[in-house]
Ligand binder design. Structure first.
Ligand SMILES: [Zn+2]
Length: 281
């Protein structure tokens, strides 16, 4: 831990006590959990956008230029995303599951790093960035397969990825400006020629109902909620904190900045996720 001041020690003890007192935890994780794995987050400490808003579903479906721009940036961003490895926050939560303390872990992240760290009771609320789905025939393919095809069709963009000059963004995105997206060649589904989309929930898109129902059932069965690295600015995550608060159950949060649920938290730890949870390792 960065500082060994009296306050830091007592804060850490408060979290240990919270976890000890509530054996069935509903855990909700967000981008702050993965920043130590080199994946940037969307929002600053005040919950505001750090960069441009990500592509909206409606734009992606309706607008060919939006798709070219998305996949061009993704071709470059994926080279970093696929190399990401779990950090101590993921490992600590996997250990907590091993100790049978987790009813369910619901993540807003699409990076699969909880599973890579060994967690199995996981719901990927917003899907997985390492999978691509055809919007027409629903066939799913590994993102890595598409990378081969994107690279083959777009050698100039692949060279940009190679040069690693573009700044990495959240969810396998990368900043690419001043390039001609019009020239980008986007592959279609091999089987039906349909439109390919990463198997993640875009902004402007609803979370599939079965994921919400499973999560709500686990929320009911849990005796407390632990939020790790999420500002809860997106409703899809905030609704769980709200439901928990409505049931009068305690909620603890580890987050570097403010969260949308700050006024209903039982315990708030303002610290990096890996540091705050390191006592579990
Ligand atoms: Zn298809």
């Amino acid at each position: 831990m960065a500082s060994i001041g009296r306050q830091t020690v007592s804060v850490s003890e408060a979290l240990i006590e919270f976890i000890d007192r509530h054996p069935r935890l509903f855990v909700l994780t967000g981008a702050g959990c993965s920043t130590d794995s080199g994946i940037p987050d969307y929002r600053d400490a005040d919950g505001e956008w750090k960069r441009g808003r990500p592509v909206m579903l409606q734009d992606f479906l309706a607008n060919e230029h939006a798709r070219k721009r998305y996949w061009a940036r993704s071709l470059v961003g994926w080279t970093r995303m696929r190399g990401a490895r779990p950090n101590d926050a993921h490992r600590a939560l996997a250990r907590l599951e091993y100790r049978e303390r987790i009813e369910l872990l619901v993540t807003q992240n699409v990076d699969g790093l909880h599973q890579a760290a060994g967690s199995t009771r996981v719901i990927d609320l917003h899907g997985r960035i390492d999978v691509v789905r055809c919007m027409d025939c629903s066939r799913r393919i590994p993102r890595e397969h598409l990378q081969t095809e994107l690279t083959r069709r777009n050698p100039a963009f692949a060279a940009l990825a190679e040069a690693r000059r573009a700044k990495a963004g959240p969810d396998g995105d990368a900043d690419l400006e001043g390039v001609a997206f019009e020239t980008f060649d986007v592959p279609a589904c091999d089987v039906c020629g349909g439109l390919l989309k990463p198997d993640v929930v875009f902004f402007g898109e609803g979370v599939p109902g079965d994921r919400v129902r499973q999560s709500m059932a686990a929320l009911d069965a849990s005796d407390a909620m632990l939020i790790v690295g999420s500002s809860l600015m997106v409703y899809s995550g905030y609704r769980f904190a709200k439901a928990m608060a409505d049931m009068g159950k305690p909620i603890a949060a580890v987050n570097l900045g403010r969260t949308r649920a700050d006024d209903v938290l039982t315990l708030k730890i303002t610290n990096r996720c890996a540091d705050a949870l390191s006592f579990l390792l």
